[in-house]
Design a protein around this ligand. Sequence first.
Ligand SMILES: Cc1cc2nc3c(=O)[nH]c(=O)nc-3n(C[C@H](O)[C@H](O)[C@H](O)COP(=O)(O)OP(=O)(O)OC[C@H]3O[C@@H](n4cnc5c(N)ncnc54)[C@H](O)[C@@H]3O)c2cc1C
Ligand code: HEM
Length: 400
Amino acid sequence: MSFSEKTIQIVKATAPVLAQHGETITRHFYQQMFSQNPELLNTFNATNQKTGRQQAALAGTVYAYAANIDNLGVLTATVQRIANKHASFNILPEQYPIVGKHLLEAVAHVLGDAATDDILNAWKEAYDFLAALFIEVEEGIYRESEQAGGGWRGTRAFKVVNKVQESELITSFYFEPVDGQPVADYLPGQYIGIYLHPEHSEYRCIRQYSLSDAPNGKSYRISVKREGEGETQGMISHYLHDSVEVGAIVKLSPPAGDFYLNTNAKAPVVLMSGGVGQTPMLSMLNSLVNSSSQQPIIYVHSAVSSEVHAFADHVNNMADKHDNIQQVLFYDRPSESCHGHDYEGKTNLVLIRNTIDIPEAQYYFCGPQGYMEMVNTTLQSWGVTEDRIHYEVFGPHKAI
Ligand SMILES: Cc1cc2nc3c(=O)[nH]c(=O)nc-3n(C[C@H](O)[C@H](O)[C@H](O)COP(=O)(O)OP(=O)(O)OC[C@H]3O[C@@H](n4cnc5c(N)ncnc54)[C@H](O)[C@@H]3O)c2cc1C
Ligand code: HEM
């Protein structure tokens, strides 16, 4: 399908207005949608609504779409990222008209008298096109997950078979399927969706967690940080730590995500993480070791101190055993008893430029927003091209 010239003109002309009011539109949209379709509160993350992070992510995408409506090819990677995220929430085709109705009503509301029939019709056409695209891409992801050996569609019941404290803040959970059958492999770096209904919550909650070990066909491992405290206490991370014990049954959506290790590339790999951003890097590291990879692997990790540094022994062992693995460790505020770190203070990649600025290397990183912005800016200033830079955001996506 292609758009009429008139639709393209109208959508492009109204895009700047949308950009200006983007978050007002999406805020209005969510208010209306949740009051008329409260069942969707079982799908969306209420905290991300409160903090405005989800509104910002949606508004940014709608604007990018409008601005590029005559050149949608540039949005291919964005569509893949969102469709993978949607798949972990098991978003279904029948939900698109609901979202479309409320989104168009919100556009009409914010534009007021300026919202002519021509404008609303053009936006409806544009939304329907985008919705059809997402539905098709998501169906492809669902089908692939279902057809993979050990795979499934939707959610599947898993039992917690082990729970291991990795540091003062991070705990790992091991899951095996209740049906006793194998589980699908995944690309190192991908995540699962976990579906939980805490007793104290009116609604079911869905969260994503990166798989923190190499695939093994039998079980999955995630490693979860307790997020926030007091007023900003994260709901599900605390629930997992405090109330989900060995024997508990949870539902998981199949592994998904567009951030993963290119296992075919033989170039050096630089894995960089801050705090719990380490989880996808561990999956990559362990997968590379399992495949007897000989390519240089540089594992750069930043933690506040050894008390909150998870998987220290594991990565030390890997680096001791394999000549191609080198570890660099930054401790932000080491306590008296901390040892083994290479640098003290905030991560400064310039200090290790000789080690990590390698022609052809592929860079993967994950951590807090500020950390990722610093890594990205530094790599770009060294001339690292975008195709060698890969990162994951642990929350509603934000370009860095
Ligand atoms: C692809 C992906 C992979 C991920 N992988 C991992 C992983 O491997 N390990 C991991 O630990 N996490 C991971 N996450 C993050 C995880 O999905 C959750 O977002 C995280 O556990 C927090 O969930 P929660 O329910 O505890 O917090 P929520 O209740 O959802 O709150 C979200 C955030 O807002 C903060 N907050 C809460 N209330 C307020 C308020 N009033 N004002 C301001 N801030 C507030 C919380 O502290 C928290 O940081 C990943 C996320 C994504 C998208
Ligand atoms: C064309 C229509 C849509 C667009 C443009 C869109 C866009 C987005 C974007 C940009 C994100 C953030 C992605 C990220 O963090 O990487 C997102 C997440 C999400 N979307 Fe959509 N979406 C659409 C339709 C839908 C529909 C129909 C549903 C189902 C009700 C839905 C449910 C969700 C949920 C639950 C999330 C995660 C929210 C969170 O993390 O708080 N979306 N979407």
